[in-house]
Design a binder for this molecule. Structure first.
Ligand SMILES: C[S@@+](CC[C@H](N)C(=O)[O-])C[C@H]1O[C@@H](n2cnc3c(N)ncnc32)[C@H](O)[C@@H]1O
Length: 149
């Protein structure tokens, strides 16, 4: 599998994703902060998982995913979309990078994102062709599993 993780930070989820994709899979982690990416890279190397991890530093306006066109199976967007300057653009980029039928787990912390703002994110996702498939329960988060139609 190819997994996309926008805004991995130091990689709380990234190393586990790298384990889950297995030796033939890859995780593409894109962050705006070079420091986060450098720490993530060090942690991945220490865990022997750097061969499955592709890290990228991108400007806030665009993740620069043109090369991934229709190749991503799963995207994890955990506590990140509210930090992006334009959610519509975010979802359009993820949708373009995703295969048909690919899924995206969207989670936003309730402490930072109000219900109405989360619903607005879901509307932006729907406009990009990412429809709600499930509403999983994640502690202290708004969450939705989206599917590219
Ligand atoms: C709250 S942290 C979440 C980290 C991780 N997803 C987690 O849940 O542990 C948000 C991350 O998104 C990154 N970020 C914010 N805006 C971004 C953008 N426009 N493009 C890429 N990464 C961004 C930040 O640098 C930070 O690492």
């Amino acid at each position: 599998m190819t997994v996309l993780e926008p805004g991995p930070g130091m990689g709380y989820f990234t190393l586990e994703l790298a384990r889950l994709v297995g030796a033939s899979g890859r995780v593409v982690a894109v962050d705006v902060q070079p420091k986060m990416i450098a720490r993530l890279q060090r942690r991945a190397a220490k865990a022997g998982l750097d061969g499955r991890l592709e890290v990228r530093v991108a400007p806030a306006e665009s993740m620069g995913l043109a090369d991934l066109q229709s190749s991503v199976d799963f995207t994890l967007a955990f506590a990140v979309v509210h930090e992006f300057p334009d959610a519509t653009r975010f979802f359009a980029e993820v949708a373009a990078a995703s295969k048909t039928g690919a899924s995206l787990l969207l989670a936003e912390p309730k402490g930072h994102v109000k219900q109405a703002a989360f619903e607005a994110e879901l509307d932006a996702a729907a406009k990009a062709g990412l429809k709600v498939a499930e509403r999983p329960a994640i502690r202290r988060c708004h969450a939705a599993l989206l599917e590219k139609t």
